[in-house]
Design a protein around this ligand. Structure first.
Ligand code: AMP
Length: 126
């Protein structure tokens, strides 16, 4: 059964700035929101289009994902595709990135998908 309460469990980690965005305690340029997830513009965009997609459930990183999270994670991927189409970046292309833990370049410990688009993106990453 999918947990739609978004209440952090007793063993969950400290709240992050993204919890404050979910709770509307600080502003964000929200492009999509439903019961399970929220997407908003990154405050320091690395490309002309830079959206962050987050689960409302507090999941610290991809390294802590559980089997029970597969529905919300799949839902987020579908919504990223829909948002890319709505923003008109699908045809040229876009990149989804999930930085994970220290060597993965994660700085906010609330799982998030970066949706980057609007310019040609190089590969491999740095
Ligand atoms: P990461 O380094 O992968 O953990 O990505 C965290 C992202 O959150 C960075 O791209 C930041 O620019 C972004 N960020 C941090 N604070 C905010 C905020 N208040 N609103 C929007 N984006 C934010």
């Amino acid at each position: 059964m999918l947990d739609r309460s978004h209440k952090p469990s007793l063993r969950s980690q400290a709240m992050t700035i993204f919890n404050k965005i979910i709770n509307k305690e600080i502003p964000a340029k929200i492009v999509y929101e439903d019961d399970l997830c929220m997407a908003f513009h990154d405050v320091t965009p690395q490309a002309p289009t830079h959206i962050l997609m987050i689960p409302k459930k507090q999941i610290r990183s991809m390294a802590e994902v559980k089997a029970e999270d597969k529905e919300v994670l799949g839902h987020m991927m579908v919504k990223c595709s829909e948002i890319a189409a709505k923003l008109g970046v699908s045809e040229k292309g876009f990149r989804l990135v999930v930085n994970t833990n220290s060597w993965g370049g994660q700085s906010v410990y609330h799982l998030h998908i970066h949706l980057l688009a609007g310019r040609a993106l190089s590969w491999p990453p740095g």
